[in-house]
Structures are given as structure tokens and as C-alpha cells.
Design a protein around this ligand. Structure first.
Ligand code: NAD
Ligand code: MN
Length: 505
């Protein structure tokens, strides 16, 4: 067992053949010696062998995190030193930007532009929390009589952080940055399909000076490692991003020890284009809204509603521009649409499209597994636009998590709002209109955690991200997140000069 520092982390290639777990500041093999393989979805090629964490490794990681937290190594660091360490993490990431981008593309098959944006956001997330933590504080409250009350924000403790495969580095940053900013210790479980950049981020945290045991990274099976973290009595909080069914399971199991829980779950976000919209902007933004990250995005605007008076004009442009989207080499600047994560997901996507056809919908574009020259063994799906749908169809109700959008016309604002809200999810939403009054009115009535007005982007460091309804609860990426990794301690003191005798005995 060598410590990460002894291996001179900053000199180790990020792209390499083998990756280990990060436990207690060390790079370690799994207890069982088991490994798994990660693939490049664009080519189908194996890219690396990774130590596969088991229950025993989860146990060790929790122990390390618990020990680091209870000994106060990190939470008692002077605040400015913690902030400086977060900035150091960001600056190492900046210096290794191209390597992180390359690794993210290899592991996920996503396009260069998508990977660049996400790696940059992960970096900015650490910078954001390095600043935010300095201003995060308790309060002084008015109390009648000779009493004084103040509150302190204390780190909640050991946090299990379970993340999905679609934004591997960005999700790891969304989780780790706010948790360690407030002084928590974390055990991160990346998805086994895409573990590489999260492991590298764990190594960077240690290189930047985060004490051993504070950040642990243990890729392994959700049903084994993830489940163990959720059930473990020494874990204080679970922060989960993933599908709604797993989120429900986690909430139930976490209730056994009343863990704090935040859940970022699935979505089926509506995109409303009103008759007074700037049509070009609405077309471009709606394309990005669904096809960004190959539609493998929780906040993908996958239900498109267009006012009937502009429906034909809008759809003609929308389909025409969608035809111009390039699938191909993820490393090419010309590529808009990357690969689908694996064969199973490709089949799920195609299954939804077939179900829409069987339900009588029209395929306006795509609707098939794509053949991409030079990438024949990868997993690709054509950008797909489906019209002639109704709200009882499976493809309209359920999250597809691929490059597939369903489209419907609407006749007035009231109907648009009703359609938008007719979903069990409530994560993102978008409104395209040039009327400020309408934008404000509709934004108020939409049941979603995020409303984008004439805007294709759903998140920046500082903007709250999270859902209503079955899209989960809790907000990430913002100041409020810091509250969700802390407990509020209320301190009440008496300052009168006469001693109190409330029983009067
Ligand atoms: P998933 O729910 O299958 O898995 C997510 C993570 O949970 C993985 O690391 C997995 O190993 C782990 N896991 C699986 N079973 C578990 C169990 N029983 N106990 C504990 N952990 C377990 O989701 P996925 O397929 O990896 O990701 C896609 C889903 O994630 C989509 O539904 C998408 O909408 C959602 N997502 C949401 C957001 C958001 O911020 N709201 C962001 C990205 C993705
Ligand atoms: Mn992979």
C-alpha cells in the first residue's frame, strides 16, 4: 500500500491502464482483488481496468471518513485554509484540463464541446464553494427577555455520495465541493460505467492537501456498495443523483437511521414555445435543450409544446436544423452528438421509439439506431423527433434519457401550463416568449425546480439545481446546498444578573 503522495500524483498520467480505489488518502486495490472494465461507448473498446469496491471496501472507506471527521482533522481547519484548499483543487484541475476532458470523452463517448463545458463547470464549482463558504454563517436571533441566541452551522458528518454515469466529473464536483467546503467527510460511489474522472478528482483532492480520509472514492455495484453506504449506521447523510426508482429505495432504507437525504432524480422537462417567441432563438435553444449530451441529461427538455399558430413554421425549421446535427468522432470539434452510454441504454431508447410508433405517433426525424462511419462498434442513436403524440403514451410520460423529443401543439397559455405540469416529474422547464409579463406569469405556475426563460442553459455555479415532485428534493450547485450539508445548532444563553429559579423551589 503506497500513499498517494509517495506516488507523486501530479506526475501520474490520468489516462492509464489501471485505476485503484481512493481510501484514507491512499490508492488501494480492492480487498477481494476484483476488478472491472470501463469501455469507450463510441468505439466499444475497453479502456481501463478498475479496482472493484465491495462491501468490505465500503466499510473501510466509511471507517476512514468517520475517523477523519471525528478527529476533526478537516472540519477544524481554519476556514480560510479550507477555502484555499478548494481553490487549489480547482487550480490543479485547470492545469490538467485537457487530460480531464480527454478521459471524460473516452469514458463516456460524449462530444468534445460537452466534455469541455462540463469539466470547466466542475472546476468553477470548487471555486464557487471556496468563496461561498467564507460567507456561510449562522444567525443571531431576537429573543424576549434577557436571553441571547445565536446559531452555528456545523458539518453534518460522513456523507455517502452516489452519482450517475451521464456527467461523471461534474456530478462528483457537485457533490464533493460543498460537502468538504463545510467540513464533512465523503465516500463517493461513482457509476461503474464511468468511474475514471471521479477517481482522478479524488487524487487531486489529496494532492491539494485535503487530509486523508476526508475524500474517499469507491466505484462498485450500486446494489452492493451503494446499498451498504445507504444502510450503514455510521453514515450521516446520503446525497444521491440517479433514477427515481433507486431514489425511492434509498429514501426508504436511509430512514432506518434517519439519515439526512437529498435526491436529484429523473425528469421529463417541458419546453414551451409561445406564438410571440423569437423563433430562431427558440429553435436553436430547443435543439440544444434536448440533444445536448445526446439527450442523456436529467434536465433534457424532452417534451416540446409549440403554439398552434406557429407550429408548422417552427417545426419545419426545427427538423431542418436537427438534420444538420453531426454524429461522429467525439474528439472532433464538428461533432454535436456523442455516443449512447451502452448497448442496454441504446435498446431502452429504441424501445421507447418503437412504443411510440405502435401507439400511432409519427416519426418526423430519426427513430433508428445510427451507423457512424469509423465507429461501427460504438452505440449511437439518430436524433429523433416524434409528433402526433398524446399524454397517455409511454414515450410521453416516461424519461427516455436519449436523443428523443416528443412534440405537441397547444392552443393557449392555460393549456400550455396544464400540459407542462401533467407529469410526475418537475425538474427543468423552458419558456420561449418575448413577453416579459407572460414569462413571469408562466414561470410562477410551472411546477419545476428550474425555469429557463429564452435560455438554453439550466445551471451555472451559484444557481440552485434540483426538482419538484418525483424529481427529488434538495438543491445543489448553490449557497443553499451548504445548509444541506450542515446542521443548525442553536445556542441560548441567559445574561441577566439575577439567577433564575423557574420552579420557584
Ligand atoms: P441509477 O439510479 O441506475 O444509478 C445511479 C447511481 O446509483 C449509480 O452509481 C448506481 O450504481 C447507484 N445505485 C444503483 N442501485 C443502487 C441501490 N440499490 N442503492 C444505492 N445505490 C444504487 O441511474 P443512472 O442510470 O446511473 O443515471 C441516470 C438517471 O440519473 C436518470 O434517471 C437521470 O434523470 C438521473 N440524473 C439526475 C440528475 C439530477 O440532477 N436530477 C442528474 C443526472 C442524472
Ligand atoms: Mn466507460
Amino acid at each position: 500500500m503506497t500513499t498517494v503522495k509517495e506516488e507523486k500524483l501530479e506526475k501520474l498520467d490520468m489516462k492509464r491502464d489501471t485505476y485503484q480505489l481512493i481510501i484514507n488518502g491512499r490508492r488501494v486495490e480492492s480487498t477481494s482483488g476484483e476488478t472491472f472494465t470501463s469501455y469507450n461507448p463510441a468505439t466499444g473498446e475497453a479502456i481501463a481496468t478498475i479496482a472493484k469496491a465491495s462491501r468490505e471496501d465500503a466499510e473501510k472507506a466509511i471507517e476512514a471518513a468517520r475517523n477523519a471527521f471525528d478527529k476533526g482533522k478537516w472540519k477544524l481547519f481554519p476556514l480560510n485554509k479550507r477555502a484555499r484548499t478548494l481553490n487549489k483543487i480547482a487550480s490543479i484541475m485547470r492545469s490538467r484540463f485537457n487530460e480531464l476532458v480527454e478521459l471524460e470523452i473516452l469514458d463516456t463517448g460524449k462530444s468534445l464541446s460537452a466534455a469541455q463545458g462540463q469539466v470547466m463547470q466542475a472546476i468553477e464549482d470548487f471555486e464557487f464553494y471556496a468563496g461561498a463558504i467564507v460567507g456561510h454563517r449562522g444567525s443571531v436571533n431576537n429573543v424576549p427577555g434577557q436571553f441571547h441566541n445565536y446559531t452555528e452551522k456545523e458539518p453534518v458528518g460522513v456523507c455517502a455520495q452516489i452519482i450517475p454515469w451521464n456527467y461523471p466529473l461534474m456530478m462528483a464536483a457537485w457533490k464533493i465541493a460543498p460537502a468538504i467546503a463545510v467540513g464533512c467527510s465523503v465516500v463517493v460511489k461513482p457509476a461503474t460505467l464511468t468511474p475514471l474522472t471521479a477517481i482522478c478528482l479524488g487524487e487531486i483532492c489529496i494532492e491539494a492537501g485535503v487530509p486523508e480520509g476526508v475524500v474517499n472514492i469507491i466505484p462498485g455495484a450500486g446494489s452492493e456498495v451503494g446499498n451498504h453506504l445507504v444502510e450503514h449506521p455510521k453514515v450521516d447523510k446520503v446525497a444521491f443523483t440517479g433514477s427515481t426508482p433507486i431514489g425511492k429505495d434509498i429514501m426508504e432504507k436511509a430512514s432506518q437511521s434517519l439519515k439526512r437525504v437529498t435526491l436529484e432524480l429523473g425528469g421529463k422537462s417541458p419546453n414551451l414555445v409561445f406564438e410571440d417567441a423569437d423563433i430562431e432563438a427558440a429553435v436553436d435553444g430547443s435543439l440544444f435543450g434536448i440533444f445536448y449530451n445526446t439527450g442523456q441529461s436529467c434536465e433534457a427538455r424532452s417534451r416540446l409544446y409549440v403554439h398552434e399558430s406557429i407550429y408548422d413554421v417552427f417545426m419545419e425549421k426545427f427538423v431542418e436544423k436537427a438534420k444538420k446535427l453531426q454524429l461522429g468522432d467525439p474528439f472532433s470539434k464538428e461533432t454535436h452528438i456523442g455516443a449512447i452510454i451502452n448497448k442496454g441504454q441504446l435498446e431502452v431508447i429504441d424501445g421507447y421509439v418503437q412504443s411510440a410508433k405502435e401507439d400511432g405517433a409519427n416519426i418526423l426525424l430519426g427513430g433508428k439506431i445510427a451507423k457512424v462511419e469509423g465507429f461501427e462498434d460504438g452505440f449511437w442513436y439518430e436524433p429523433t423527433i416524434i409528433s402526433g403524440v398524446t399524454h397517455d403514451m409511454k414515450a410521453v410520460k416516461e424519461e427516455i434519457f436519449g436523443p428523443v423529443v416528443v412534440v405537441m401543439p397547444f392552443s393557449d397559455e392555460k393549456e400550455a401550463i396544464r400540459l407542462a405540469n401533467d407529469s410526475e416529474y418537475g425538474l427543468g422547464s423552458a419558456i420561449w416568449t418575448t413577453s416579459h409579463a407572460r414569462a413571469t406569469r408562466v414561470a410562477k405556475q410551472i411546477q419545476a425546480g428550474i425555469v429557463m426563460v429564452n435560455c438554453p442553459f439550466s445551471a451555472f455555479p451559484g444557481t440552485p439545481f434540483g426538482g419538484y415532485k418525483q424529481s427529488g428534493f434538495g438543491r445543489e450547485l448553490c449557497i443553499e446546498t451548504l445548509d444541506l450539508y450542515t446542521e443548525t445548532k442553536s445556542v441560548i444563553s441567559y445574561f441577566g444578573n439575577r439567577s433564575l429559579n423557574p420552579f420557584g423551589v
